[in-house]
Design a protein around this ligand. Structure first.
Ligand code: SF4
Ligand code: SF4
Length: 112
């Protein structure tokens, strides 16, 4: 089974979730200052990994994210990033270089 590591960190208003496998690193960056709390992402997340934060308190001035992320449930599909109208969620996917070398070697072997 492929090993999957996940972690989450906070940088200013950004909540950054990462998923690493042997071949890729996916980064889901949620900038809660851009988020209007419209709940579209909560509705479309296929894993129910998102839920509303304390919206009433935020409306009264509390500095907190309108959307909370359950890192265990998230599968880094990128749907929230694709559908967020304000681009509060962004997803980046990086292929790891080691894999490119392996793929290159495999391709060379296949064409030899
Ligand atoms: S879709 Fe975007 S703006 Fe709407 S709640 Fe989700 S992150 Fe916030
Ligand atoms: S990346 Fe996919 S699974 Fe994770 S919170 Fe967004 S929509 Fe849900």
């Amino acid at each position: 089974m492929m090993e999957i590591e996940k972690e989450m960190e906070v940088e200013g208003s950004h909540i950054i979730a990462k998923q690493r496998t042997k071949t890729t690193e996916k980064v889901l960056d949620y900038d809660y200052k851009r988020c209007a709390g419209c709940s579209i992402c909560i509705a479309i997340c296929p894993k129910k990994a998102l839920q509303e934060g304390p919206l009433q308190e935020i409306a009264k001035g509390l500095d907190a994210p309108p959307v909370l992320i359950d890192l265990d449930a998230c599968v880094f599909c990128g749907m929230c990033a694709n559908f967020c109208p304000l681009k509060a969620f962004k997803m980046t996917v990086e292929e790891k270089p080691e894999m490119s070398v392996i793929e290159e070697t495999a391709a060379k072997a296949a064409s030899a």
